[in-house]
Each structure stands twice: as C-alpha cells, then as structure tokens.
Design a protein around this ligand. Structure first.
Ligand SMILES: NC(=O)c1ccc[n+]([C@@H]2O[C@H](COP(=O)([O-])OP(=O)(O)OC[C@H]3O[C@@H](n4cnc5c(N)ncnc54)[C@H](O)[C@@H]3O)[C@@H](O)[C@H]2O)c1
Length: 322
C-alpha cells in the first residue's frame, strides 16, 4: 500500500517530517496546505502534490490516508476534526492545543471513530529513552528534576500566550511528557510560579521569562520542571530521575546512569523524528496503532499538566487533576 499523505502547516517543523517521509518508498505526498500560498507551493515543488491555502478544500478535493498537522499551537481544532470526520488518520505536532476544551473535543472525536493518532513527542522513540525505561523497570522512582533553559524561538506566534501558551506549554512540554512516560503514573497535582520582566524590549512578548512547576504523581513521585527562555544562544535541556542509589540523567543525545561508584553513559542511536514517522506510517498501513508511543489521548494528559500550571501561575494555588 502507498500511503497518501497531506500536510497542514508547512513551516520548519513540517520540513523535518517531509524529509523523513520523502525517504519512505511507501509514502506519496498528495497535498500541502498553508495559509501562506508561497510556502504551500514551495513544498509542492520540493515534494510533489497540490497546494492549498484552505484545508477544508484540500480535504474535499483530495483522497488522503493521513495528514500531518504542523500548525502553531493556537491553530488546532477544525483541521483535526474535519480529518477525523473523513476517516483520515492524523499526526499532530505538540502541543496539541492551547486549551483543554479544544483537546477534549478532538480526543472525543478520535474515541468515537477508529482514527489512528500520533503526537510528535519524538523523545519517546529514542534509544537513550528506551535505555531509561529498561534501567527504571521495577525501580521505585522517588523524584525527578527537569528543565528546558534556552533562548526564544524566532517564530512570531511563540512569544504570545495566545499563540503558544508559553514556553512550558510549547517547548518544555517535551520534558513534562518524558517525565510522565518514565514515571508511568498519572499526575494528581500541579503548582507553579512564573517570573517576567527581562524581555520587555521584544515587541508583542507576553509569555513568562521563567517558570518553576512542581508536580505530584498518583504513585507518590514528585517532580520539578523549570523553563527559561531569556538565555540568548546558549542553554541546557534535560530530565533527571532519582531513585534509592540511582540517578538516570536523560538529555536529548544521551543518557547517564549514576550508581554508587559507577557511571555508565550511552549515546542516543535512533533519530526519534524518523522513527515516529515510520511507526505512524506503519500504523496507517496496518490500521493498527498499538506501536504508537504517543497517541492523542496520552498527549492530552501532558497538555493538561502544563495548562494547570498556567492556571496556578495566576491563582497562586495548587491545581488538583484527580
Ligand atoms: N517536535 C518537535 O521537536 C518540534 C520542534 C519544533 C516545532 N514543533 C511544533 O511544530 C508546530 C509548528 O512549529 P514550526 O516551528 O514549524 O512553526 P512555523 O511558524 O515555522 O510553521 C507553522 C506554519 O503553519 C502555517 N499556519 C498557521 N496557521 C495555519 C492554518 N490555520 N492553516 C494552515 N497553515 C497554517 C504558517 O503559515 C506556517 O507556515 C508547533 O506546534 C511547534 O510546537 C515541534
């Protein structure tokens, strides 16, 4: 079977997926949709297919097996719902939305249909993360500490709460998701503080410069995940998991396992983006989503934590998710 793929949002993240899909012999690009006609046309020149600026027209005119939805966070909703209505399988970039209302609506539509969904939490597909899962098997995780400290991405929508939800929702979401994946329990409580004021020279900027978020899981594990976006060109990103006599330190390219008098290091050997794309296309072909490591319903739980933190920044109170 050749999987006929369309795409909505043809920006920088989409390019990564298109390059991967272009390597697969069982994928054909049928259409690209972007509100920028130039961008949609450019993609068609590169990969083939027809250009659209309106996804409703694309869905009506083309016969798609799957669609990659790589729009900015604020733009999710109808693009997913219309695909689900038409029996098109969906790959959605993280974060899946900026409101729980939109995410629940889409999730309900997925649950009421046989739609295969995958969300772009590519860390879950890396071999260093597989190693973490192996090392932590049967281990009681006491706590975790993670952070995404860096600079501000250049895209305009990122710097507004309305556009991206803020750094913890858009970027550090990978660390929240990884923490959930490794701890393997649901989050029951979230509390956070945010700080602003050092980026007032940037037009339209209204997200937080830094945030510190505390989480409690149902199994008793506690975590702290911090974000900062004012570091300008240098940064650090990781998640450390703490257990009795064991620290598992996961960064994007490696894992360090610290035990008393012993440190083992492993490099990541799997391109998580490519692997997640392969697994999604295989799922579409086989109509079996069981190998997908981040289906929509699961990604929804990661969004829920970060949006609960946004609420806590404002109220100063803990948000219970039970
Ligand atoms: N998984 C990852 O590691 C990773 C990395 C970067 C970005 N992302 C995610 O990918 C998504 C896109 O990010 P990006 O960096 O490619 O942004 P971008 O701004 O480069 O691209 C977004 C594209 O979507 C188009 N667009 C906006 N609204 C649209 C609509 N309603 N219909 C059709 N097209 C629309 C824009 O014109 C633009 O071309 C974001 O959710 C981001 O969080 C994920």
């Amino acid at each position: 079977m050749i999987v006929k793929v369309g795409a909505i949002g043809a920006g920088s993240m989409a390019s990564g997926h298109f390059n991967n899909l272009n390597e697969f012999e069982d994928v054909e690009f049928v259409a690209f949709c972007d509100i920028s006609e130039d961008r949609a046309r450019q993609r068609c020149q590169e990969y083939g297919g027809n250009a659209y600026t309106d996804f409703a027209k694309m869905y009506d005119k083309e016969r798609l097996d799957a669609v990659y939805i790589c729009t900015p966070p604020f733009a999710h909703g109808q693009s997913e719902l219309m695909a689900i209505e038409r029996g098109i399988q969906i790959f959605v970039e993280k974060p899946i939305a900026t409101t729980m209302e939109t995410a629940h609506q889409i999730n309900e539509a997925i649950e009421n249909s046989s739609t295969i969904s995958s969300v772009g939490y590519h860390w879950r597909y890396q071999s260093n993360v597989d190693k973490a899962i192996e090392v932590l098997d049967g281990v009681q995780i006491i706590g975790a500490m993670g952070y995404w400290m860096g600079g501000m991405p250049g895209v305009g929508w990122w710097r507004t709460r309305e556009g991206s939800g803020g750094q913890h929702v858009e970027q550090t979401t990978h660390i929240f998701d990884l923490c959930r994946y490794l701890v393997g329990s649901d989050v029951v409580a979230v509390h956070g503080f945010a700080a602003d004021g050092s980026m007032s020279d940037i037009p339209n900027y209204d997200v937080d410069d830094m945030s510190i978020i505390n989480i409690q899981f149902a199994n008793g594990t506690i975590a702290n995940i911090t974000s900062a976006c004012m570091l300008k060109g240098f940064g650090r990103v990781k998640l450390e998991i703490f257990s009795n006599g064991l620290v598992v330190d996961v960064s994007s390219g490696s894992i360090k396992i610290n035990r008393e008098d012993e440190t083992e290091t492993y490099a990541n050997e799997v391109n998580g983006y490519q692997h997640e794309d392969r697994v999604f296309i295989n799922a579409v072909k086989s109509k079996n989503g069981s190998k997908i490591r981040s289906p929509y319903e699961d990604a929804l739980k990661t969004l829920q934590i970060t949006l609960a933190a946004s609420e806590s920044f404002i109220t100063g109170k803990q948000v219970d998710l039970t």
